[in-house]
Design a protein around this ligand. Structure first.
Ligand SMILES: *Cc1c(COP(=O)(O)O)cnc(C)c1O
Length: 351
């Protein structure tokens, strides 16, 4: 009889909200769909693709569109099947069995997952009470524990809190480890290290089309690093990791600068609306703390997030809960209004 090895036995299934809800504010996607004009350009381009052939292994057009958009050198860009795949590849190639990797908790749960899969030793560093990162302590811990790979999101999912580019730079310069800086939400803030990535030989920056670009469904992410790191990633990935349809759609959307600027404005306006009303509710009720973040979602720190989660679930509204938090993605005006109504009933119902 075949027996699973310990590594396989210990895996926990990633469990996003998988049922269909009336309103989805759980996955930090964009609530905006593409305009018809862009959608038909994509459809037309896809019709012309030779789908009997393998896709371009370098995802040339998509990487060029990305490098133009962010002003980074093409040779430093590697495309992945979502940045999630890139995280997996990074652990595979840059961490060897029993070597230490560090996360700064709470943070994106997939980091520890892939670290475990690579049979690394997990060094878990705690964030401060206000969910900022203690830079000095992190540097010290990484270097004392011989950490080979440090990974964190900035701004952070699930807390929404970020550190400045200067603080991130100090952290990266201070550690001997390879640093993976996940900027999945940095399009919503202005503390990116992307303009300065070339100054660091131990840095990989991750970006995604899943959040600000509203393209979570196509699965497209990018890693940016100095050439030796980018080349190692290229060599380690599976050759046809980004499919032809995704390469095509991604290239077209990334060329649409005006569309992106407009979408970003709409998303930030939605967030401002949600934030303003939640801030009042937090003060009135005293039942939760609204964190002051820089993402397309809001983090509500509270005693029993699961109870609030279930209350919303019964109303057909999906949010995420993690230890001590409710994370709510900003939605359309109507979605926000519905969420706020239920939140008000829940927190201020007796008032
Ligand atoms: C959403 C998210 C990503 C993006 O993952 P994709 O695989 O590109 O969709 C990466 N990191 C964090 C922290 C995220 O929240």
């Amino acid at each position: 009889m075949y027996r699973l090895n310990d590594k396989a036995k210990e895996l926990n299934l990633y469990s996003p909200v998988s049922e269909r809800f009336r309103i989805h504010l759980d996955a930090n996607e964009s609530f905006l769909t593409l305009p018809d004009t862009v959608m038909s350009r994509i459809t037309k381009a896809i019709q012309e693709l030779p789908l009997n052939r393998y896709p371009d292994p370098t995802a040339e057009e998509a990487c060029q569109a990305f490098s133009r958009l962010y002003g980074v050198e093409r040779g430093c860009v590697v495309a992945g099947n979502g940045s999630d795949e890139l995280i997996s590849i990074i652990f595979n190639v840059f961490l060897q069995k029993d070597e230490a990797f560090a996360t700064i908790e709470p943070d994106f749960s997939m980091y520890a997952f892939y670290g475990q899969l690579s049979e690394g030793r997990h060094v878990s560093i705690k964030k401060e009470k206000d969910f900022t990162i203690d830079i000095d302590n992190t540097i010290k811990t990484c270097n004392n524990e011989a950490v080979k790979l440090l990974i964190f999101s900035n701004p952070c999912n699930p807390t929404s809190i970020g550190i400045t580019a200067a603080a991130a730079a100090r952290l990266i310069s201070g550690v001997e480890a390879l640093v993976v800086l996940d900027e999945a939400y940095m399009d919503f803030w202005e503390e990116s290290l992307l303009p300065r990535f070339e100054a660091f030989d131990n840095l990989i920056i991750l970006k995604t089309c899943s959040k600000a670009f509203g393209m979570a469904g196509i699965r497209l992410g990018f890693a940016v690093a100095q050439q030796p790191l980018a080349e190692a990633l290229m060599a380690a990935k599976s050759p046809y990791n980004v499919n032809a349809v995704t390469q095509c759609a991604g290239s077209i959307v990334m060329e649409e600068k005006d569309l992106q600027a407009k979408a970003l404005g709409t998303i930030l306006a939605s967030k401002a609306q949600l934030e303003k009303e939640l801030r009042v509710m937090a003060e009135k009720s005293g039942s939760f703390t609204l964190l002051q973040g820089h993402t397309n979602f809001l983090a509500l720190e509270m005693e029993n997030p699961e109870a609030f989660y279930n209350y919303l679930k019964n109303a057909g509204i999906a949010v995420r809960f993690t230890a001590g938090f409710i994370r709510v993605t900003c939605g359309t005006q109507e979605e926000n209004r519905e969420f706020l109504q239920y939140a008000e009933n829940y927190f201020l119902g007796d008032a």
